[in-house]
Structure formats: structure tokens, C-alpha cells
Design a protein around this ligand. Structure first.
Ligand SMILES: C[S@@+](CC[C@H](N)C(=O)[O-])C[C@H]1O[C@@H](n2cnc3c(N)ncnc32)[C@H](O)[C@@H]1O
Length: 225
């Protein structure tokens, strides 16, 4: 695997020079569009990965990944989970709405296929497996119907998410919902055998403003034959 050259601080977006990522003990993700955030993410991605890797392993287990399976990784960001799926023998494709993220993913993992797109309108497939690591709450909930549509019969879907306390107001949780709501959404989209399981992955302190990581879960299901 080739390691691309990390962006240097002087390549970060203008206006960010006063918020150097190493200036504070707990770094906070910059506000703004995903494109503005991507360089910050790229700088810190490898550190984050040690905390997030458990989610990738749990996702691949939940979709029962086998060599040659066709796997689609939604909201793949810098493509770490896509590349792990590929390393496990899958024919993996990563999709993200941010062209900046996708360009960075292509540089980082040249042997993996990445496409720019909205997860509400994914490539047709049919896919044997669809995964999404901490991206599902960003998209219009209609993405679940689309995932059902592009999965082949018996195909599996698995997402990693922060699952909030029951009844928390979505506006205060950035669109993250409780486990029961994920279960309802999966079932409404037609999925069977919906499972919600605790996951060992932790969000990096940079993303939680230094607070302990909230619990993370894997929600998975199967498209009927
Ligand atoms: C929290 S990051 C997670 C990235 C990656 N899955 C990971 O675990 O490192 C969320 C990602 O969702 C992407 N995103 C947001 N809305 C999207 C959409 N509608 N369709 C596809 N990707 C989207 C963003 O560009 C960003 O890369």
C-alpha cells in the first residue's frame, strides 16, 4: 500500500492558520462543509483509525464478508473501511458525496475503487453487501430504501452509528437517533433480521470535544430473497 504525502499545515484552508490542530490538547473539528473539513480529517485520520478500526471489523463480520463479494461502502470518507474490506478479499467500492474526500481516498488507497455520489442514489449493483461507518445519520433517511434496492436477494446491510439515548431530540443529536428508531427505519425499508449490537469502536476525543466517547452500535439486516 502506498502512503500519499500528508497535507502540510500551509495547505489547509485559508483562515485556519490560527486554529492549528496541535495548539490544544483536545482538538476540535473545524465547522464548515465536508470539503473544508477534509484536510483536517486527512491530517488526523491515521490517529482516528486506531479507535475506529473495531467498527470496520464488526461491520465486515455483520455482512458475513467473503472473498469476491461485491461490497459498497457508503459515505466512505477517506476510504479506510473500503480498503479493509478489499484487503479481506472483497470487490469493494467506496462512495462519498465529497469530491475532496474521494480524491484523498484515491491517493491514499490507489488499488481501491472510489466514486463521488450521494448515498440516496447509489450505483445499481447488485451488491452482496452494503456498509456505512458513522455516515448514515448525515444522509436523507431515504438512503435506506436505495440500499435495499441495490442489494441483491439475501444481501446484507450494516452500519456503525452512535446510538443516542431513547427519545433524544434529533436536532440536538445531529440527526443521530436511538436504536429503536434505526430498527423501525430498517424494517420500514423492507429489511429482515434487523440486529442492533454494541460495538467496541470509540469516537476520537477530537470529535467529542474531549468528552468520553458515546456508545457505538452496529445495526445490521438482510434483504429477503
Ligand atoms: C463522519 S464521516 C465518516 C467517514 C468514514 N465512513 C469513516 O468512518 O471514516 C461522514 C462522511 O459522510 C459523507 N457524506 C455526508 N452526506 C453524504 C451523502 N448524502 N452521501 C454520501 N456521503 C455523504 C461526508 O462527506 C463524510 O465523508
Amino acid at each position: 500500500m502506498t502512503h500519499h504525502h500528508e497535507p502540510t499545515p500551509d495547505k489547509r484552508p485559508r483562515g485556519s492558520s490560527t486554529a492549528h490542530p496541535h495548539a490544544h490538547h483536545h482538538h476540535v473539528a473545524p465547522a464548515g462543509s465536508w470539503d473544508e473539513r477534509v484536510e483536517w480529517s486527512a491530517l488526523r485520520a491515521d490517529e482516528f483509525e486506531s479507535d475506529l478500526r473495531a467498527a470496520t471489523e464488526a461491520l465486515l463480520e455483520a455482512v458475513d464478508l467473503r472473498p469476491r463479494m461485491r461490497l459498497l461502502d457508503l459515505a466512505c470518507g477517506l476510504g479506510h473501511s473500503t480498503s479493509v474490506a478489499q484487503a479481506h478479499g472483497a470487490d469493494a467500492v467506496g462512495l462519498d458525496i465529497s469530491a475532496t474526500m474521494i480524491n484523498a481516498a484515491r491517493r491514499r488507497f490507489p488499488g481501491v475503487e472510489f466514486v463521488v455520489g450521494d448515498m440516496v442514489d447509489p450505483p445499481v449493483g447488485p451488491w452482496d453487501a452494503v456498509i456505512c461507518r458513522f455516515g448514515a445519520h448525515h444522509a436523507d433517511p431515504a438512503w435506506l430504501d436505495a440500499a435495499y434496492r441495490v442489494l441483491g436477494p439475501g444481501g446484507r446491510l450494516a452500519i456503525a452509528e452512535v446510538v443516542v439515548e431513547p427519545g433524544a431530540a434529533p436536532r440536538e443529536t445531529h440527526g443521530m437517533v436511538d436504536a429503536a428508531e434505526w430498527r423501525r427505519r430498517f424494517e420500514r425499508a423492507g429489511f429482515e433480521e434487523v440486529r442492533v449490537e454494541a460495538c467496541d469502536a470509540r469516537l476520537p476525543a477530537e470529535m467529542t470535544r474531549g468528552r468520553p466517547s458515546p456508545p457505538t452500535s452496529i445495526i445490521s439486516a438482510r434483504r429477503g430473497s
